[in-house]
Design a binder for this molecule. Structure first.
Ligand code: PLP
Length: 382
């Protein structure tokens, strides 16, 4: 069998060999605890702070605004719960978010609601976009935080975060964005974007798993929810994962250095796939075809069961997904597609292809062939 084609990069990406190389010394020789007062500890501390500096400069931020976490899920939980818990004392007990967020945000909002906080979940249009006017109308005297993602992980639609952030700023309300899918692909200049906090995760841009960060503007840091040591300036307890932090900085640096050329390449492969897949009878593209990430493509096929399709694709050597990694193991159709008004039966036959810098045009032609055959097989027309 030929090497399988990997087109599930929104779920996770392959570690870049240069990232692994940068990490190795901190796994083998310089493994000291960054809080240690001996040489190995001092080396680890220096590596962590250099990485923080590198990351801060990519985002036009101050190093003191970068907080290392275990990934996107933790950063989202921290931003939402830590902000609401901290501002509750000032009578601000209202959160605004939307219905197509990642479960890390959706379930955090549910948990806050169970604690007695008030949550507004905004709808999206048929392209998966939040209307800034809806944010404006939902803002209240007691609103603590608005959380709207930068780009959706299932359909790739970009949200109008600049407009939403500006509205929040005018109202004196904090704005958080889950930038997990956007980081490393779109620029996120913290000095010009009206954003107070953003989350990201290294394994989405060829860094290691289990490491991410929360950017928090100097003026507001959410309440910590881990009790323990004084790491991260007393805001996030736990021994620093030096090798992973170094790997994340290297991955981000590489992504930043090649951002435009890699985005253009992914976009041309994605456009080819979109053109070819729409020729399959009963195919429908989901998401915004213009304001979207360059590497995500979501299609539904009439009279097709998404799950069986994924198994057939896997057998034929194509790794793809029906949506987010968390929902691809369940038989429920995607909450994102349903919120966009895609009919239940059609949402059931959906497929997400997500590309990275490692995908090629040759693979794209093969992807089309594999999908066309699998759809025809399932419909019994081949
Ligand atoms: N937010 C979005 C938009 C994601 O796509 C993901 C991962 O799929 C996460 C959050 C969670 O990130 P992590 O896997 O680092 O916990």
């Amino acid at each position: 069998m030929t090497t399988p084609i990997y087109a599930d990069n929104a779920a996770t990406t392959r570690l870049d060999p240069a990232v692994l190389e940068a990490m190795m010394p901190f796994l083998q020789d310089d493994y000291g605890n960054a809080s240690g007062l001996y040489r190995a500890g001092r080396r680890a501390r220096k590596a962590v702070e250099n990485a923080r500096q590198t990351i801060a400069s990519v985002f036009h931020a101050a190093p003191s605004e970068i907080f290392f976490t275990s990934g996107g899920t933790e950063s989202d939980n921290w931003a939402l719960k830590g902000t609401l818990h901290k501002l509750a004392a000032k009578g601000k007990r209202h959160l605004i978010t939307d219905v197509i967020e990642h479960p890390a945000v959706l379930r955090s909002a549910d948990a806050l609601e169970k604690e007695g906080f008030s949550v507004t979940r905004l709808p999206v249009d048929h392209l998966g976009r939040v209307n800034p006017a809806d944010v404006q109308n939902a803002l209240r005297e007691d609103t603590a935080l608005v959380s709207v993602m930068t780009a959706n992980n299932e359909v790739g639609t970009l949200q109008p975060i600049r407009a939403i952030g500006s509205l929040c700023r005018q109202a004196g309300v904090l704005f958080h964005t889950d930038a997990v899918q956007a980081a490393g692909i779109l620029p996120l200049p913290a000095d010009t974007l009206p954003i107070d906090m953003f989350s990201l995760s290294a394994h989405k841009f060829h860094g290691p798993k289990g490491i991410g960060l929360l950017y928090a503007r100097r003026s507001f840091i959410p309440a910590s929810f881990l009790d323990g040591g004084k790491q991260e300036n007393n805001h996030r307890a736990g021994t620093e994962n030096t090798a992973a932090i170094v790997g994340m900085a290297k991955a981000l640096q590489l992504a930043e250095a090649h951002r435009d050329e890699q985005a253009a390449r992914m976009r041309s492969i994605r456009n080819f796939l979109a053109e070819e897949l729409k020729k399959i009878p009963g195919a429908r593209r989901n998401g915004d075809p213009v304001d979207c990430l360059p590497g995500i493509l979501n299609f539904s096929f009439e009279s097709i069961d998404g799950e069986s399709l994924l198994f057939a694709l896997d057998l034929a050597g194509l790794a793809a997904s029906s949506g987010s990694a968390c929902t691809s193991a369940s038989i429920e159709p995607s909450h994102v597609l349903l919120a966009m008004g895609v009919p239940y039966a059609i949402a059931h036959g959906s497929l997400r292809l997500s590309l990275s810098k490692y995908n090629t045009m040759e693979e794209a032609a093969e992807i089309v062939r594999i999908i066309r055959n699998a759809v025809e097989d399932q419909r019994g027309v081949r």
